[in-house]
Design a protein around this ligand. Sequence first.
Ligand code: ADP
Ligand code: MG
Length: 285
Amino acid sequence: MPHVPPRLITKRGIPAGQAAKEMVHVSATPVLALRGVSKRFGAVQALTDVDLEVHAGEVVALVGDNGAGKSTLVKTIAGVHPIDEGVIEWEGNPVSINKPHDAQGLGVATVYQDLALCDNLDVVGNLFLGRELLHRGVIDEVTMEKQARELLSTLSIRIPSVRIPIASLSGGQRQVVAIARSLIGDPKVVILDEPTAALGVEQTAQVLDLVERLRERDLGVILISHNMADVKAVADTVAVLRLGKNNGFFPVKSTSHEEIIAAITGATDNAVTRRAERRTTEAAK
Ligand SMILES: Nc1ncnc2c1ncn2[C@@H]1O[C@H](COP(=O)(O)OP(=O)(O)O)[C@@H](O)[C@H]1O
Ligand SMILES: [Mg+2]
């Protein structure tokens, strides 16, 4: 194994990214890597020395309790909150992400929880919102509709019609349209913030299917989720944040539900600490 700086060794002893490399399909150089990233909001240290790696064709679940720093981490990658310290690497090279435009230019697409869809526009209008195709200065509805159909079909997304207003779609359908829209700019990394939080069982399955389509297209996916069943169903790697710091990287296949929960809540920490304390007390007797 190559030399790994101590900072990249997690509490469980798995170096950042090693969990992913246990998967055969994953290439060695991550498409996106965060190394020692810190971010402060006034007196609040939201992120401290955080590492994260995402490879092409890998789904990384980013989990952690409320306030753990998940949204902040995603926003540093998306260029909403530039980092204070650390390095962001894109395909192995350091890059600056200071504004959303920088992230988009690299190939990062983010689907936020509120989706920001326009209810009064139809599916085509939403997919191409802000990126409308023009033909001789006029919006080219025909080509946009054709491309919308093709995109939805390659993603196996079934929508009654691409010409119905977004307002008439179900929550799951809206979510898949929002994810499909993020692919219009041909990104390499897609970040999904709690895509199934408001959905029922069947609609959740539809979204998880779509996440698998994204992986098949060799995209790197960062999936924020509170739902361990979703994480187990679709992620390759789980990155746990706790109090703004890394608290473990786990290969999903060989990690139990309980181990992930323990890392989220810090139960592992506490058990270890209590044991160490007990030993110290016993030794002193
Ligand atoms: N724009 C902001 N200004 C000040 N504090 C913030 C801001 N965004 C997040 N925080 C703080 O940073 C910490 C991490 O929050 P967040 O990234 O939203 O966590 P999560 O998404 O895991 O629930 C919290 O203490 C939160 O209050
Ligand atoms: Mg959040």
